[in-house]
Design a protein around this ligand. Structure first.
Ligand SMILES: Cc1cc2nc3c(=O)[nH]c(=O)nc-3n(C[C@H](O)[C@H](O)[C@H](O)COP(=O)(O)O)c2cc1C
Length: 143
C-alpha cells in the first residue's frame, strides 16, 4: 500500500514526528512518502492509498488553536479523496482545542474517510498511530 504523509512544520518538531510515523508505516511493509505541505505534488496524493496530514498547533496556547493556514490551504486544494482512509495529527505543547476536529471536517468535505486523529507533544510518532497503520491492512488499495 502507498501512504503519503504531508506535514507543516515551522521549527522541525512536526517534521521529525512525521518521519518517525513514516518509519512505522514502512516497518509495516508499506511504501511511504513524507512531504512538507508546500512541496506536495497533488498527483502523489491522488496516487496514494492512504493519506496522513499533520500540522503544528498554532494558537494562544489555551484558546484559538488551529492548524496552519498552509495546511488548511493544502486540504482545500486536494482533488476528491473518494473515500480514501485519512489520518490527521498535530504536534503541540499545552492543548490542541478543536484543531484536529476541524482538520478532519475539512478533509471529509474533500471526500476523505477520516479514520485516525493523533497528537504528539514532541518529535516522536503520535501515540496510537501504529493502530491506524494496522487498520490499513483491511483498506482497499488504490489501483
Ligand atoms: C506562535 C505559536 C503559537 C503556538 N500555539 C500553541 C497552542 O495554542 N497550543 C499548543 O499546545 N502549542 C502551541 N504552540 C507550540 C507548537 O505547536 C509546538 O511547539 C509544535 O510542536 C511546533 O511544531 P514545529 O516544530 O513543527 O513547528 C505554539 C507555538 C508557536 C510558535
Amino acid at each position: 500500500m502507498r501512504v503519503a504523509i504531508v506535514f507543516d512544520s515551522a521549527t522541525g518538531t512536526t517534521r521529525a514526528a512525521a518521519e518517525a510515523m513514516a518509519e512505522l508505516v514502512r516497518k509495516a511493509g508499506h511504501e511511504c512518502t513524507v512531504t512538507p505541505v508546500r512541496d506536495v505534488d497533488p498527483e502523489s496524493v491522488s496516487n496514494a492509498d492512504a493519506l496522513c496530514v499533520g500540522s503544528w498547533c498554532k494558537g494562544l496556547f489555551f484558546v484559538r488553536q488551529r492548524a496552519t493556514e498552509e495546511t488548511m490551504d493544502f486540504i482545500d486544494h486536494l482533488d476528491d479523496l473518494d473515500g480514501k482512509p485519512v489520518a490527521v495529527f498535530c504536534t503541540y505543547k499545552t492543548a490542541v482545542g478543536r484543531m484536529l476536529v476541524e482538520m478532519a471536517a475539512r478533509l471529509e468535505s474533500r471526500g476523505a474517510h477520516v479514520t485516525g486523529s493523533f497528537k504528539s507533544r514532541g518529535p516522536q510518532a503520535a501515540a496510537g498511530f501504529g493502530d491506524w497503520v494496522e487498520s490499513l491492512q483491511s483498506a482497499p488499495a488504490n489501483g
